[in-house]
Design a protein around this ligand. Sequence first.
Ligand code: CP3
Length: 340
Amino acid sequence: MNNRFLDACWGKPVDCTPVWLMRQAGRYLPEYMAVRSKCTFLELCKTPDLAAEVTIQPVDILGVDAAILFSDILTPVEPMGLKLDFVPGPVFENPVRSMADVQRLRIPEPEKDLPYVLEAIKILRRELSGKVPLIGFGGAPFTLACYMVEGKGSKDWANIKRMMYYAPEIYSALMDKVTMMDMEYLNAQIKAGAQAIQIFDTWGGILSPTDYEKYVLPYTTRLINGLNRMETPVIHFVKGSGTMLQTVQKAGGDVMGLDWHINLGTARDLLGPGMAVQGNLDPSVLYAPSEVIEQEVTRILDENAGRPGHIFNLGHGILPTIPPENARFMVECVHRISQR
Ligand code: CP3
C-alpha cells in the first residue's frame, strides 16, 4: 500500500513527496470522455460502478498517490430540495432567496438519500486496496451557499453578498442548515471508508479577510470540529486564501490547501510547523514545455525546503484542455526530484 499521501497529511516522513491533482478525473482524459459519452454527468455520479471506474482512471494513467471520489460538491444539495442540472456548469432551477426557501430545505439522510456516493466509496476501497488511499470531499458551506443562492456560477456573486448584508438572518439560517448537511454527509463518507476529507471552498476568497472571518469562518470551524477525524485527516482548500492564511487556519484542519497566488515557502512560514500544506502549481503551467514544468516543480519543492507535511498538487483544478502526458510528466518530476 502506498501510504505517502496519508503520512504527509500527518506530517510524518515520506520516501518522496506525494502528489495528486484536483479534478484529476475529468474531461482532459479521453478515457473519461469514453465513459461520459454514454451518460450525463449526474448519471455518472449516481452509478457507483461508473463513478468508481473514472475515480481509478487517473491513478493508473498518471501514477498519483491518492484517488479522489468522483462526484460533485453539489450532489448532496439536490436531496436538500433544489433541482440540479449541469449545462455543463451547475444550474439550480429554484435558488434560495427567502426565509421560506431556507425552511423548505431538508437535511438529507446520507444512507437513504445519497446511497450511490457511499456505495461508490465501498467499491473503491475494495478496488484500491494495496494501491492508494481514497479521498472523500465536500464543498465548504459558503461555496455551497454561493451556488444555492445564485442558482448558477457568477462573476460577482451579488445575490449571496446582498443576502449577507441585507438579510443576515436568512443568510445565517441557510449557512446553519448547509453546515449541518455537510457534517452528516462527510461523516457518512468517513464511515463508508473515505480515508481523508477535502473541503473545497472555491469562493471563500471573494470576501475581504474581515468578512471571511465574520461570515464564513464560524461555519467552516463548526463543520471541521464536527467531523469524526481521529484517523481521517482534513484538507481545507480556500481558493484566494493567500492574503488571510492565518485567519483561515483558525478553522482547524490538518492540511492547508494553497492556490498559486502565495509562494509555498511564505505560506509555510506563516502557518508554522504544525500544519501540513497541499499545493501549489499554477494549473496552466501544465501547458508549458517539459523544461518549464520541471523548473516549476523544482521551485515549489525548493520552497518547501524538505519540511515534512507537503503534498504536491495544483493550486486549483486541472484545466480540460491540458494534454494528459504533461500531467503524467509533472507527477513523475515530483517523485524523481523529491526522492530522499
Ligand atoms: O477531483 C476530482 O477528480 C473529483 C471530482 C470532482 C468534480 N467536481 C467533478 C466534475 C470534484 C472534487 C468537483 C468539485 C467541484 N465542483 C468544485 C470545487 C472545486 C473547484 O473546481 O473549484 C466546484 C466549484 C464544483 C461545481 C462544478 N461542477 C462546476 C463549476 C462544474 C462545471 C465546470 C467544470 O469545471 O467542469 C462542474 C461539473 C463537473 N464536476 C465536471 C466534473 C468532471 C464536468 C462535468 C462533465 O463531465 O461534463
